[in-house]
Design a protein around this ligand. Structure first.
Ligand SMILES: [Fe+2]
Ligand SMILES: [Fe+2]
Length: 233
């Protein structure tokens, strides 16, 4: 079940306290849609301190003037998180949004397809930003490999963003064939890219980078990226 909580106009301590109380009473099946008047950083830091390993937090809408996030309870409480587990779960979330968008698009459901596509686009931009501004630089520092896998991954991100842009344009113009064409190529690229990361890059990072938990916290609290000004724009 999805519950809404509007915290626009509250101070960070007030908003944190209200959110913590509501989250404490949610089950794994519930999702909280949180609306804020800022990018959420002032709430997320104490929230991580109180509930680390128990929740997922993803942007749905990026302001100004308001920001929206989806807060869900993790199925199992994790005392520590790894790069592979955290970013792998995020791949899975974006894949799910993409499938929902395709289903709505095949049914010519404009509203449904647009909603899923917007969330997918925001999710992908955030994922790329977490990798490119937090994870890849840390990986490069730890391994000294600046021209290796991270360079290839960055290039593939640009290709995927290009296809997301094409699909967005086709969707805006109601050209369903264009949506499906860009979507099919994007799906193939995404699969190949994610396999490389999940089977090679993330395990390598988890093995060589010491305490990944700190890095995962930094990725999760990265300010939401506005797709119109994010990476590749
Ligand atoms: Fe990536
Ligand atoms: Fe990734």
């Amino acid at each position: 079940m999805e519950q809404q909580i509007n915290l626009v106009g509250k101070t960070d301590p007030e908003a944190f306290s209200l959110l913590a109380t509501q989250f404490a009473s949610t089950s794994a099946k519930d999702a909280l849609v949180v609306t804020l008047g800022n990018n959420g950083e002032g709430i997320l830091i104490p929230f991580q301190d109180r509930f680390w390993g128990e929740f997922e937090w993803h942007p749905l809408h990026v302001g100004p003037p308001s920001w929206q996030f989806i807060l869900t309870r993790s199925p199992t409480k994790l005392s520590k998180r790894t790069i592979g587990e955290f970013l792998g779960a995020d791949h899975h979330r974006c894949d799910e949004l993409f499938i929902q968008m395709e289903n709505a698009s095949q049914a010519k459901d404009v509203t449904g397809a647009t909603t899923c596509f917007t969330q997918f686009k925001i999710g992908m931009n955030q994922h790329f930003a977490m990798e490119e501004t937090v994870f890849f630089p840390a990986f490069e520092r730890a391994t000294g490999m600046t021209q290796g896998p991270t360079m290839v991954m960055r290039m593939e991100h640009r290709q995927m963003l290009g296809l997301i842009g094409q699909a967005a344009q086709a969707l805006e113009q109601g050209k369903w064939e264009g949506v499906s064409r860009a979507g099919s190529t994007l799906m193939i690229l995404m699969r190949q890219h994610n396999i490389k990361e999940e089977q090679m890059l993330y395990p390598m990072a988890d093995q060589h980078m010491g305490d990944a938990d700190v890095l995962v916290r930094s990725m999760q609290k990265l300010a939401p990226v506005n797709p119109s000004t994010g990476p590749g724009k």
